[in-house]
Design a protein around this ligand. Structure first.
Ligand SMILES: [Fe+2]
Length: 258
């Protein structure tokens, strides 16, 4: 079994060097003048960039005549079809990443072979397939509006950057099952919120068949979230129990605490 969270030679905290602590804490932070490299200089430089920066890109104009007409009509009636297209692009990107997150989790679960949770590989593979099905469903929805599913919208770019950390956590060979499930939990919570908003936007644009399809997707995402929450809790508690068992097995009777 993989070595779980344990007490070890971690030297990252200030307590490791009481002598240097006092030198480091004087003078008070408020008295330190702004110098190159300080937080104030950093904030000032960021402000300059924020003021001058362009946006994260744009929503492409639908490439088909039908799409251009649909978008044009919606624009004339005061709706904002570009927001729906942007958010469809976001869900498309996120469902693709979710599929890959589950692929990585499946590899980890197959390798670790832990028995700390009620999770099965069959359940993980089923969720993975549902994420992939959502991806293809959103691609079809974008096409139905005349949009191009291969284009990257601003919010697709955004969630791509956001989810890089989640992927790094799960593909890191050192992370435990509980730690990997925590990253999946972040993804599922975001996913649930994303579908809720997308349904509201589809309703706003009068896209009734999208509303029906997306409601089915939201139902399955809700059940993913419930399952992942349970497995995450089981893995965290199971880890604590297995740590206790290791401690008892490794400590000779004379070294046990009384
Ligand atoms: Fe999901």
């Amino acid at each position: 079994m993989k070595e779980e969270t344990h007490i070890g030679m971690n030297r990252t905290g200030i307590q490791m060097s009481p002598f240097d602590t006092s030198a480091m804490q004087a003078p008070p932070a408020s008295e330190i003048p702004a110098t190159p490299g300080s937080e104030a200089a950093l904030a000032q430089m960021r402000s300059l960039y924020i003021a001058e920066a362009d946006t994260l890109g744009s929503v492409p104009v639908p490439g088909t005549v039908k799409g251009a007409l649909t978008t044009g009509v919606s624009m004339l009636t005061g709706n904002n079809p570009e927001i729906l297209l942007d958010k469809l692009g976001e869900r498309l990107a996120f469902e693709r990443t979710s599929t890959r997150l589950y692929d990585a989790l499946i590899t980890k679960v197959e390798t670790l072979q832990e028995g700390t949770t009620s999770m099965t590989l069959g359940e993980l593979r089923k969720i993975r397939e549902e994420e992939f099905r959502h991806f293809t469903m959103v691609a079809a929805a974008i096409e139905s509006l005349g949009g191009d599913p291969t284009s990257q919208t601003p919010c697709a770019d955004l969630v791509g950057v956001e989810s890089m950390g989640l992927m790094q956590v799960i593909t890191d060979p050192r992370t435990t099952l509980a730690q990997s499930l925590h990253a999946i939990l972040v993804a599922e919570m975001t996913d649930n919120n994303g579908w809720e908003l997308l349904i509201a936007l589809a309703e706003d644009q009068g896209q009734n068949s999208m509303m029906v399809d997306f409601s089915v997707a939201l139902d399955s995402e809700r059940s993913h979230l419930q399952m992942v929450q349970t497995w995450y809790e089981e893995a965290t508690i199971g880890q604590a129990i297995s740590n206790e068992a290791v401690d008892e097995a490794e400590s000779p009777p004379s070294q046990q605490l009384h």
